[in-house]
Design a protein around this ligand. Structure first.
Ligand code: OOG
Ligand code: NI
Length: 464
């Protein structure tokens, strides 16, 4: 549907993601060290475990592995969120899912901007976890006013970025030159600024309310606060970080180690203290702690049934632990997770047959050999049983609210847990965004359906 002279949004996203990674390596050199560690672990896994390599080759994930990353930003106002949504649309990224972080004491709600079609994800799986500050959760009216007045004064987009967004919207695309310019201009929104927009005293007040509020309000824009490469073995990363002088958070978030990875496992290193200049200071006398590094390991996308089981087992393990996972109880937490997750099947056949995950189907050599022959059964299960079709799990492209809360907490410091009585409000989030967020489960279901349909077409069967 794109005019031939337009650069495809996926191409813009791929290039933007690569520029973003370069910028963040310059800003936070430790992220570069993390990339080195991840690529050496990934190479080792691929060399030592041919079955993992074969799996990644079949799904095409091997091609996206080294460019795989997600980032996170936090915006301050509805208007900022709405325009961020339009900016990401230029790169073919749509809001997927709603995450409420307030139960975990973080005054934000969030979505993930990402590509939604499997072909576009294959070109670039870049995603951005995007949080909106909930000013209504600040209980001190004076501070709430300081925050909203400060935010009202800033403009986080360059004038040229806005022009190019509008042009994209009215004309349906950008040509090569415009796309280059857009990438450069859009990057400015995510850049780190040493100069704050508030005085040192104002910063202290915001910070005293919640460190996250200071991070959102006191600066010129929603600096990217971490970028996250994808590893094939997060336990090796967790163990390897200290040997490189990097301190990891206490526990890996998500499911325990398994033969068949599911959903998402994440760990991070603590945020760095950085020098900043408040408006009433000349040099960079102040400091701010926000930016960190994170690593993720992705596994199968679960169906509602699989997800319910996951949530049950995770909650059971956490309830029995009785407190937030920390340095002292981390070993016990790992044991509890491993013991509860014995109830989650750990081979793809069982996961498939119980309908716990989404899959992609492929016609086998035997299948191609049997086209238009009478031996070919006409329903999916029989085609699988007969070896005409095989399957691979769809990779999970989204985030997990409990894990995200753990990642937030690890870089906000342990004393910043607050309790909010106001709860989840997806309607309000969507009003701010100016559009609905997509339901991630229906996206996986669509991809699965398309792959079944494709198999039927290859096999010249009406329907399977
Ligand atoms: C976002 C934290 C959540 C993840 O990977 O779950 C996140 C933030 O700190 O702004 O990035
Ligand atoms: Ni993250």
């Amino acid at each position: 549907h794109n005019s031939p002279s337009f650069v495809s949004p996926s191409e813009i996203r791929a290039r933007f993601s690569s520029y973003m990674s370069d910028m963040y390596q310059n800003e936070v050199p430790l992220y570069g060290d993390l990339l080195d560690l991840v690529s050496s672990v990934n190479n080792k896994v691929l060399a030592e475990q041919p079955e993992i390599k074969a799996h990644l080759q079949r799904t095409g994930e091997i091609e996206r592995l080294s460019m795989e990353r997600h980032g996170a930003i936090r915006v301050g106002t509805a208007a900022e969120l709405a325009t961020i949504g339009r900016l990401f649309a230029v790169m073919g990224m749509s809001p997927v899912g709603y995450y409420d972080l307030s139960p975990a004491g973080v005054p934000v709600h969030s979505t993930c901007f990402r590509a939604i079609h499997e072909n576009e994800l294959q070109t670039s799986p870049f995603r951005v976890f995007t949080s909106l500050l909930r000013l209504e959760l600040i209980d001190d009216p004076e501070l709430r006013q300081l925050a909203s007045e400060t935010l009202a004064k800033r403009n986080i987009f360059t004038p040229r970025a806005i022009e190019l967004i509008e042009q994209f919207e009215t004309e349906g695309g950008l040509n090569t030159e415009e796309a280059d310019e857009f990438i450069k201009e859009a990057l400015e929104t995510f850049r780190w600024h040493t100069k704050a927009t508030v005085t040192a005293a104002e910063y202290d007040k915001l910070h005293a309310q919640h460190r996250l509020i200071a991070d959102v309000v006191a600066f010129k824009g929603p600096h990217i606060n971490h970028l996250t490469p994808r590893t094939l073995d997060i336990d090796q990363i967790q163990a390897g970080m200290p040997t490189r002088g990097i301190t990891p958070k206490a526990v890996v978030e998500g499911p325990p180690r398994r033969n068949c990875p599911i959903l998402l496992r994440q760990t991070s290193f603590k945020a760095l203290q950085e020098k900043v200049a408040f408006t009433d200071q000349h040099g960079t006398d102040g400091s701010h702690t926000a930016r960190f590094g994170e690593i993720e390991e992705r596994g199968a996308a679960l169906t509602p049934k699989g997800r319910t089981l996951y949530d049950e087992l995770l909650n059971a393990a956490r309830n029995e632990l009785g407190e937030f996972p920390n340095e002292e109880n981390s070993q016990r937490y790992i044991e509890l997770l491993e013991s509860y997750f014995k109830d989650f099947p750990d081979n793809y056949e069982e996961i498939h047959n119980q309908g716990l995950a989404y899959f992609r189907y492929f016609v086998t050599k035997k299948g191609y050999g049997a086209i238009e022959k009478t031996e070919l059964p006409s329903n999916l299960n029989d085609l699988i049983a007969g070896g005409f079709i095989e399957y691979e799990p769809l990779v999970y492209e989204d985030f997990l609210p409990v894990s995200a809360a753990g990642i937030f907490q690890s870089n906000l410091g342990d004393n910043s847990q607050a309790h909010y009585s106001i709860s989840s409000n997806q309607t309000q989030f969507q009003e701010a965004l100016g559009q609905k967020v997509l339901d991630e489960l229906s996206l996986y279901a669509d991809t699965q359906k398309r792959s079944i349909h494709e198999c039927a077409t290859f096999l010249k069967l009406q329907q399977i």
